[in-house]
Each structure stands twice: as C-alpha cells, then as structure tokens.
Design a binder for this molecule. Structure first.
Ligand code: FAD
Length: 463
C-alpha cells in the first residue's frame, strides 16, 4: 500500500485536522513538516516564534507517534523537499490544510501542479480560518474593508463541527527517508539562552491549548466583556499562540463557546472575527507588513522611517536609535508602556489593551514608523502572526482598514489609571517603579501629541 503524506504547516494538531484525517483514511500516513527559509517571500520566523515552534513540533511528534504516524522534519525549499520525500516514500497522495499568504500560496500551487502531473492524488482543506477569503466578498464582489459588515456576513455561516482525533490506523512500517533532527534546526536559543521567561509563561502544544481553552470557557469567559480590558487580571483567554500555530483550530474554539451565548461570549466570538478580518486583509494585501493600506500615509513625516521594512532588516536592540531602544526595552518612563514592553520581552506576549497603548506611543508620541514596531513585535511575540500583527499595527497607526483614526491618541497615563487602578500590573513588571531607579519620561506627552496632530494635518493637506 502506498503511504499518503500529510504536510503540516500552521496546523500543528491532530484534532480537527482534515488533512490528517484524509491521510489516515487512505491507510498508512506519514507526516512531514518543512522549515522553509528559502522560498521567496516567506517571512522568516522571529526569535520567540522559533522557540514556540520547537516545542510545538515536539508535542506534535508525540501526538502523531501515539497514532503510529512518524513525523519527518526537513529543512529547505518546500517544493524540492516535497518532491524528494514523495519520491523516496513512493507516496500515492499528498494532503495539506490551506494557508493564505501570497508567497505560501504560490509555493502550494507549484507543488499541486507538479504532484498532479506526477500522478499523485492531491487535496487541500479549510482548517485555519472560519472563512475562505475569496468566498466572502462584498455585494460588488470586492474585499471587505470594514469589520462590522464583514463579521456579520462571516458569522452568519454555520461553521462545521470540529473533527475528532483519527483512530490509530495501520501505521507506517516502511523505511523512512533521510530527515533532520529537530535540535539541528537550533530553534531554541543557546549562548545566551534567553528563553527562560517564555518557558515559565507557556506550555506550547495542542494538549496545553485544549486545557487553556477549557479553563477559559469554564472561568474567564463569563466576565470577558470587562476582564478583557484589564491587564492586571487574567481576563482574556491567552489562546493567541495556540491559534497562531494551529494547535487549536478556530472551529474548536467557536464550538467550545456553545450555541446559547452570553454577551461576553458574543464579544469573545467577535475577537475571533478580528483574527479572520486580519487574514482577509492579508489575503487581499500581501504587502500588509510593508505598505500602508491608506497610501496618503506614505507622506507622513516619521522621525525614524520604516523604509528598512522592505528588505526585512530592522534595528535590533543594540543598534536601534535611542528612543526606539527605550521603547523596546521598556525604559520610556511611561509605566503602562514599559510594563507592556517588559511583559513582552520576558514572556513573549503582551495584553491587548497594552499592545494598543504601547503601539500608539511609539507611532504617535515618538513619531516612529509603525513598521519598526511591527518588526519588533514580530521578533518577540510567541503569537507573531503574519496577518494579525501588521493589520493591528496599521489599525493603531491609522493607515489600515477600518482603523482607529490617527487623531485618537492613547494617553498612557489615563489608560494606566483606568485599566490598572490598583497598580498591580505596573508593580509586577516594574519593581523599581516609584524609586529613583525608574527612568525619567523620555518625551513630553502634550507636546508630542500636538506635533503628531500637526504632522497628520500636514499629510492630509498635501494633494
Ligand atoms: P483574547 O482577547 O482572549 O481574544 C481571543 C482570540 O481572538 C485571540 O487569541 C486572537 O486569536 C483573536 N484576537 C483578539 N483580538 C484580536 C485582534 N485585535 N486582531 C486579531 N486577532 C485578535 N494577535 C495575534 O494573534 N498575533 C499578533 O501578532 C498580534 N499582534 C498585535 C499587534 C498590535 C499592535 C495589537 C494592538 C494587537 C495585536 N494582536 C495580535 C491582537 C491581540 O492583541 C492578541 O490577539 C491578543 O492580545 C491575544 O491575547 P488573548 O488570546 O488573550 O486574546
């Protein structure tokens, strides 16, 4: 019997995995993951993401082993790895779950046409998004640019029930072709090993994701409408990295909310909608991380421009200009910003409310291009997502779809008083707050706010 290959990508799970299900249904399945840093246009993972990926692949390998399915790891350009592996295994079929970035889709289309010509059975499935971006269009057939009508249309659909983990099948008993050892990819840092805070904060893998989901549904969900804004509590789900890596599917999360929904559950569901909306934008705008969706923002006079974004180079924290570096390291003198940035640096995650405050501060008070913030988040977030990260940065900067207007400038002090009223969040991340060791404010909020509004006005007046 010819084995079938299931090619894992951003779907590192055995439950609700239609590609895996199809391969197991065929008889004997072999799993493959390719670390592709060579195909043009695919954005290389940042440091925190690489750490997560290492542990996620370890967990996936164990889950697959329990089903009698080996996981092959290969590094290289996906097209040639797929060709070689398929030939070496004498595989008869190839399955994957779809991905939505332009570069990734080009790679997949090339492999699909090669495999078809080679006589393989090839099939792809919807698994990572609740909607297919090309199927959901406005009345005039275009992309949605406003969230509310987009989500009204998408959420009116009946989303399929999640698939169960496949039964243990025949297992693959043939000889495996050459493959890599995970350690040889050096995804986890050493010399120095800066990942202690990540390990302390997270357990990657599908089993852990399911636990986080179950405990959120049983606990935090009922108070989500209030709790989600409070960085001093565990008021949001912390599911983002599990969704990012596909350790949980959006179908599993959606159905876990049940059919009778409280107001809080409805709000939470619409946050899943924002994830869909970000991917909708990315599908239609492959340059989301490097080009303003509103072109008039190309004229904005940034103090430190984002042109570096186009070649993927960005100032690391050793070389960044002083103010950017103070922001990255959480030394701006504004505790809400600094606590967030320190939370990010330590744990690979930042609370959404604080992401908005920190991003607004960088873009509007420091006048630094949103792309530089986006690149920093890309490198430091465990949930760094090629759609949600740039889409949210453009949302904060005002240059994106259905964005927050530029003139709405978060005041980090007012946000602190409102959302961390007892100062618990600040005290946790900035132990020296209130002592002479805490940095002075690096800018004046009022002056920089006025300058930002002036620059915005100037941008709009030029024709
Ligand atoms: P919850 O509030 O529990 O929300 C549940 C899920 O909904 C999240 O896990 C996430 O998958 C999705 N979600 C919630 N809010 C958003 C949103 N605004 N946009 C897209 N999806 C959302 N989210 C990422 O997953 N990856 C990123 O790289 C990312 N970068 C961001 C950058 C900036 C500047 C900002 C302001 C937000 C960014 N977000 C990103 C969105 C949001 O901050 C995180 O999804 C959220 O903080 C994750 O925590 P949670 O799982 O507890 O969220």
């Amino acid at each position: 019997m010819k084995p079938s290959i299931v090619w894992f990508r951003d779907d590192l799970r055995v439950a609700d995995n239609p590609a895996l299900r199809a391969a197991v249904d065929d008889g004997s399945a072999v799993a493959l993951y390719v670390l592709d840093e060579e195909s043009p246009g695919i954005r290389p993972h940042g440091g925190a993401a690489r750490w997560w990926l290492h542990h996620s692949l370890t967990a996936l390998g164990e889950d697959l082993a329990a089903l009698g399915i080996p996981l092959l790891l290969r590094r290289g350009d996906a097209a040639s790895v797929l060709r070689k592996t398929t030939t070496a295994l004498g595989a008869g079929a190839l399955y994957w779950n779809r991905r939505y970035g332009a570069a990734e889709r080009t790679v997949d289309a090339g492999i699909k046409s090669w495999a078809g010509e080679a006589g393989l059975h090839v099939a792809s499935f919807q698994a990572s998004l609740l909607h297919e971006p090309w199927e959901v269009t406005t009345k005039t057939g275009g992309q949605y640019k406003v969230f509310t009508p987009f989500w009204r249309t998408v959420s009116a659909q009946d989303f399929r029930e999640p698939l169960a983990v496949p039964e243990k099948g025949h297992g693959f008993t043939g000889a495996l072709p050459a493959h890599d050892q995970l350690e040889s990819w050096h995804l986890v840092p050493s010399k120095p090993d800066w990942s202690g805070g990540l390990a302390e904060s997270w357990t990657p893998g599908s089993a852990a994701g399911h636990k986080v989901l179950a405990s959120f549904v049983a606990g935090g969900l009922s108070n989500y409408s209030e709790g989600r804004n409070r960085p001093d509590t565990e008021g949001s789900s912390r599911l983002s990295p599990y969704l990012r890596w596909g350790e949980l599917s959006p179908f599993e999360v959606w159905h876990a909310l049940g059919s009778k929904r409280s107001e809080s559950a409805g709000i939470f569901a619409s946050e899943l909608g924002w994830r869909e909306f970000c991917w909708h934008q990315y599908f239609h705008n492959p340059n989301l991380a490097t080009a303003n969706l509103r072109p008039e923002f190309d004229r904005f006079p940034w103090a430190w421009p984002g042109s570096a974004g186009s070649n993927g180079q960005h100032p690391g924290h050793e070389t960044a200009p002083e103010e950017l570096r103070a922001w990255q390291m959480g030394n701006t003198g504004f505790p809400m910003v600094d606590a967030g940035q320190r939370q990010l640096w330590h744990s690979g995650w930042m609370h959404n409310r604080v992401r908005m405050v920190a991003a607004s501060f960088l873009v509007k008070n420091l006048g630094i291009h949103w792309q530089l913030g986006e690149q920093w988040f890309w490198d430091t977030l465990v949930d760094a997502d090629p759609a949600s990260n740039p889409a949210n940065w453009q949302w904060v900067a005002g240059s994106g779809a259905d964005a927050s207007p530029f003139f709405r400038i978060f005041n980090p002090e007012a946000q602190r008083v409102k959302f961390d009223p007892q100062g618990k969040y600040i005290a946790h991340w900035i132990p020296e707050f209130g002592t002479p060791d805490y940095p002075e404010e690096i800018v004046d909020l009022k002056t920089t706010r006025a300058e930002a509004l002036e620059a915005y006005k100037g941008m709009r007046e030029v024709h």
